[in-house]
Design a protein around this ligand. Structure first.
Ligand code: AMP
Ligand code: FE
Ligand code: FE
Ligand code: ZN
Length: 274
């Protein structure tokens, strides 16, 4: 059994359609795949339908942008209730804030590079959630950078002068909301230090008390040392130890199935589904 519980479609910042993500997962020999777009659930219906036709096990999900004391945190939520008003309004507020934030970043970048908001809209055409990768695509199309990675390294990084943060719910509130509505929250890439700050163990403990179910230990952005530290924390706090690719189509190097979740861990997640 090969289980990949973290992927993105063009409903957020991936490059495949939701159906294409599922088809690619099936072609890659996966038995279970979750679609977890940033702050959006619009791709879940199409993905589930394609999975049903192919006979691959599909897990609906969403990757919820959150903050903890000013640090950005991502929480994967499996089996979210797509019509629960608390979840719908939480995600709507973040998506709206992301548009204002992207416009402001484009305005700042536009002072030094040839870039307009219309350029970005061209690359965010399928997206329900706008993100920095769409700004990257527009800059690449304008010839300013060779690829998304290069654009991130220079103008889109969290410590760049052009970076603007956006509203996101407090992580403890988000975890409580998700858990109390039957979703299964897992802390995504908890060891990644994209903005130069690794989330402290005390924050993971607070998230566990709020209802966190798992830690995504196996992830491309984690070193072996980080995986060891996170595996020990998961063991101690009785959190499910997961792993996944964080596939973004051609938008990132991450390949489907490059990190996976064990069947026992997947069963533990399913058992906590509300
Ligand atoms: P945002 O959600 O707008 O804050 O942008 C963050 C997203 O950008 C993450 O979800 C990643 O998928 C993507 N990202 C971060 N760094 C890179 C990179 N170097 N190359 C491509 N995509 C990246
Ligand atoms: Fe992403
Ligand atoms: Fe993430
Ligand atoms: Zn992700």
């Amino acid at each position: 059994m090969r289980i990949d519980l973290h992927t993105h479609s063009f409903a957020s910042d991936g490059t495949d359609s939701p159906s294409e993500v599922v088809r690619a997962a099936d072609a890659a020999g996966l038995d279970v795949v979750a679609l977890t777009d940033h702050d959006s659930m619009v791709g879940l219906e199409d993905a589930a339908e394609t999975a049903g036709a192919l006979g691959i096990n599909f897990v609906p999900g969403v990757e919820v942008s959150c903050t903890h004391r000013g640090v950005s945190i991502h929480v994967l939520a499996y089996w979210p209730d797509p019509s629960h008003p608390d979840i719908v309004s939480m995600l709507e507020r973040t998506r709206a804030a992301r548009i204002d934030r992207a416009k402001e970043m484009v305005r700042l970048i536009g002072l030094d590079y040839s870039l307009t908001w219309e350029d970005v809209l061209e690359y965010a055409g399928n997206a329900d959630t706008v993100g920095r990768p769409h700004i990257a695509d527009a800059l690449v199309a304008r010839g300013a950078f060779a690829n998304r990675d290069d654009a991130f390294a220079v103008v889109l990084a969290g410590n760049s002068d052009y970076f603007v943060p956006h509203y996101a719910p407090d992580v403890l509130d988000a975890v409580r909301t998700l858990r109390s509505t039957g979703a299964v929250p897992v802390f995504a890439h908890p060891g990644a230090d994209g903005r130069g700050q690794v989330v402290p163990t005390s924050a993971i403990e607070a998230m566990a008390r709020a209802g966190l179910v798992g830690l995504e230990v196996e992830h491309r952005d984690h070193s072996e040392v980080q995986r060891g530290r996170l595996a020990r924390i998961a063991e101690r706090l009785d959190l499910v130890h997961t792993g996944a690719s964080d596939y973004h189509g051609t938008g990132k190097l991450n390949q489907l199935g490059e990190n996976v979740t064990s069947p026992a861990a997947f069963e533990a997640l399913q058992a906590l589904r509300g």
